[in-house]
Design a protein around this ligand. Structure first.
Ligand SMILES: Nc1ncnc2c1ncn2[C@@H]1O[C@H](COP(=O)(O)OP(=O)(O)OP(=O)(O)O)[C@@H](O)[C@H]1O
Ligand SMILES: [Mg+2]
Length: 238
């Protein structure tokens, strides 16, 4: 795949994941990659993270197909795929080394990776922790560093699984601002959140998952004003 080609849309059809006789995911069709922010909402255990893992190729579904731009996922495609996992794991190295790592693994020179990492730390407001071990960072610093690590390779799509969980209002606002600017540059953002106010602030579209099924896919406006299913109605009124 050359540099200019796209991995979008990410599509899944007929997806089913069953473990110990329990259906964890049962999705007829889902397509991610249109511009704007798409929020994935649903209760704990609804299957939000699992759906993202399946669409990213990390978990193989028992049934169904995942396609990126109509084709099966290639290793090289990951250069263009931004995925900040729930409770993302950082390397046990400095904050800067965490940012250099993806660049070096994608073939950047040490010098260029260093310069780019410094710039990314500055942009994320993390210059003061450049040489700190990722092990000692606060929750907010970890999340901001994870986000910077995802963005440093300029992905074509940004998938963020609860990036602001347990952050204070200031760190939450900083991450929301980054999401808005990213979306403003035309990069589709997929955001899992339990913060309904955040979804109202950021989302253009909503995907609502319930017990492994997508029960509604609507614009944010129509989801919050007139949800398509009873479960979503209950979810937003809780
Ligand atoms: N690899 C796995 N093996 C067995 N069960 C799994 C696996 N991955 C996920 N599950 C189960 O599938 C269900 C959905 O998990 P998932 O992590 O997708 O939930 P979620 O919607 O992201 O919830 P949360 O809001 O708590 O993060 C859960 O009941 C979980 O225990
Ligand atoms: Mg989850």
């Amino acid at each position: 795949m050359d540099k200019t080609s796209t991995i979008l849309p990410l599509e899944g059809s007929g997806l089913s994941v069953v473990r110990d006789g329990r259906v964890l995911l049962d999705v007829d069709h889902v397509k991610l990659g249109k511009q704007g922010v798409t929020c994935i909402l649903g209760h704990n255990g609804a299957g939000k993270s699992l759906l993202l893992k399946v669409l990213s190729g990390l978990v193989k579904p028992d049934l169904g197909l995942v396609r990126w731009n109509g084709a099966s996922i290639e290793r090289a495609d990951y250069k263009k795929f931004g995925y900040m996992k729930q409770n993302a794991v950082l390397l046990r190295r400095s904050a800067k080394a965490n940012l250099e790592f993806p660049l070096l693994s994608f073939g950047w020179s040490k010098q260029d990776a260093s310069t780019k990492a410094d710039a990314a730390l500055e942009k994320a407001g993390l210059t003061h922790i450049t040489h700190s071990s990722a092990r000692v960072l606060s929750g907010g610093e970890r999340q901001r560093l994870s986000l910077a690590r995802m963005l440093i390779v300029s992905p074509q799509i940004a998938i963020l699984d609860e990036p602001t969980a347990s952050l204070d209002p200031e760190s939450t606002a900083a991450i929301e601002q980054t999401i808005k600017s990213l979306s403003g540059t035309g990069v589709p953002v997929i955001l899992v959140t339990h913060n309904l106010n955040q979804a109202r602030r950021l989302a253009d579209n909503i995907i609502f998952l319930h017990q492994g099924k997508i029960l509604s896919q609507q614009s944010s406006l129509s989801f919050f004003n007139n949800p398509e299913c009873e479960e979503a109605k209950k979810f937003i009124s809780e």
